[in-house]
Design a protein around this ligand. Structure first.
Ligand SMILES: *Cc1c(COP(=O)(O)O)cnc(C)c1O
Length: 453
């Protein structure tokens, strides 16, 4: 099958994807059922676009090299793996470099994205009696961190961007609402302008969860630098990774001080003690979510690759988007900022779940990794959430009159469930070659056009 593939690539190079698909329909070498002007799909016994399947691979480890290695060896040789060890601290160096890179005053390394969320909500003084708004489709950690604070989660539906629908937020605000968690899901920045406007109007705090959008931008600003406080995760499936890890970011020195104290037994240590002039608040009951030096070392090395990873994803996503843009009636995921979007997956709205599933099956048969929206869960219909299960029957979240009255389930997420069920996509990789993206374009075009009639 080498020859026809070569030919197809030459077509793509000379006439572009749009022309290639229709020209290929007449190529005797690749077309099994030329009568209807369409290629026979691999799922129906035709020749797949690719012989070997294109798989999702975590991005960060693909870029591990001597940078991470050197930093890690430094820590081993220093015999000082604890972060509070003066200016040589890798965690501190990472925090400074990361804050400077994304344009925020302060960054704090913590143990995970989940503990970053808990720390950020603590910094915002969220507690029993407070309500926090979050999207119905996101990672468990957003909901769990609100529960850990003893506060009440309030779900809002997503829209065609697969992020929280700003138009649905105001209806969920009550006198007890204290914050909105804007989650930048699957590489796509949430529409921050309307969210910030609503928050200002109702005097609410905004926490940006950037775990799935590290390196993403909204109207020229890095996500996480727009709201009051932001968080990140460096778990394996995120833009850069140390296996596990997280960060809290904020321009606000008071929020930052409370975050530092909450993540480290209530205290502030050098050098933050000096830079915050001793701080403005007393110690309080807190945790230990300190990042260790090995994690800081890997992240210091990974940060050097962040723009390469994001740039690779964006370049490949742009190419695929452009290669399929002319398909009739194509409904791609909307984004409030196509240049800032990471393009981790090319999502298409197929109208119905049945068509989506057919499309994905056919695409996989062509050798292309294709799936429904992943990496998050539809939370309100998750069993433990619908049943409001906590570790203690008197947990404050569900013992206030509002907490008792709160009901989750499908009524909070009918539209979210519908949108996600219709949506399917092809995962991108920063290291896809031109041949890989050509194959993705060819496969999407082949399947989409075959399913048209
Ligand atoms: C991954 C993720 C988290 C949690 O990060 P961990 O490091 O896995 O704890 C939080 N929010 C979102 C949106 C995520 O995708």
């Amino acid at each position: 099958m080498n020859k026809p593939i070569k030919n197809r690539r030459q077509f793509l190079a000379t006439v572009g994807a749009a022309g290639a698909a229709s020209m290929l329909a007449g190529s005797a070498e690749t077309v099994a059922s030329p009568a209807d002007g369409k290629e026979k799909l691999a799922i129906n016994g035709g020749t797949p676009v690719r012989k070997s399947q294109l798989h999702y691979r975590p991005y960060g480890p693909q870029f591990y090299d001597d940078a991470e290695k050197k930093e890690l060896i430094d820590v081993l040789e220093s015999k000082a793996p604890f972060r509070w060890r003066g200016p040589g601290s890798k965690v501190l160096q990472f925090e400074k470099a990361y804050a400077a890179h994304i344009g925020v005053k302060n960054a704090l390394g913590v143990t995970s994205g989940t503990t970053a969320l808990y720390t950020a909500l603590a910094a915002l003084e969220i507690g029993p009696g407070d309500e926090v708004i979050l999207p119905a489709w996101t990672w468990y950690a957003d909901y769990d961190a609100i529960i850990l604070c003893g506060a009440l989660p309030v779900f809002v539906e997503i829209d065609g961007s697969l992020d929280i629908d700003p138009a649905e937020i105001e209806a969920k605000i009550t006198p007890r609402t204290k914050a909105i968690i804007a989650v930048h899901l699957q590489g796509c920045p949430a529409d921050m302008d309307p969210i910030m406007e609503i928050a200002r109007k109702h005097k609410l705090r905004v926490l940006e969860d950037c775990a799935q959008c590290l390196g993403g931008r909204y109207k020229g600003k890095y996500v996480g630098t727009i709201g009051d406080i932001g968080i990140n995760s460096f778990q394996l499936s995120k833009s850069i990774t140390s296996g596990e890890g997280g960060a809290v970011i904020s321009n606000d020195p008071e929020l930052f001080e409370r975050a530092i104290r909450f993540h480290d037994v209530g205290v502030i240590r050098s050098p933050y003690k000096e830079s915050l002039h001793g701080g403005i608040m007393a110690a309080f009951a807190s945790c230990n979510f300190r990042m260790n030096e090995f994690t800081g070392a890997v992240l210091k090395g990974q940060l050097l690759k962040l723009e390469r990873i994001c740039g690779g994803l964006r370049k490949n996503a742009k190419k695929v988007r452009e290669g399929i843009a002319d398909l009739p009636d194509l409904k791609m995921r909307k984004t409030p900022d196509v240049a800032g979007d990471l393009g981790v997956t090319i999502f298409i709205d197929h109208g119905t779940r049945k068509r989506r599933d057919q499309f994905l099956r056919a695409l996989r048969a062509e050798g292309i990794a294709a799936s429904g929206p992943g990496g998050s869960a539809i939370l309100p219909t998750n069993q433990r959430i619908e049943k409001k299960v906590t570790i203690h029957p008197e947990w404050p979240s569900f013992n206030s009159p509002e907490g008792k009255a709160m009901t989750y389930g499908i009524e909070c997420c009918a539209r979210t469930t519908d949108i996600l069920g219709r949506t399917g996509g092809v995962v991108m990789d920063p290291n896809f070659t031109d041949d890989d993206t050509d194959d993705i374009i060819a496969a999407i075009r082949k399947v989409y056009l075959a399913m048209r009639t």
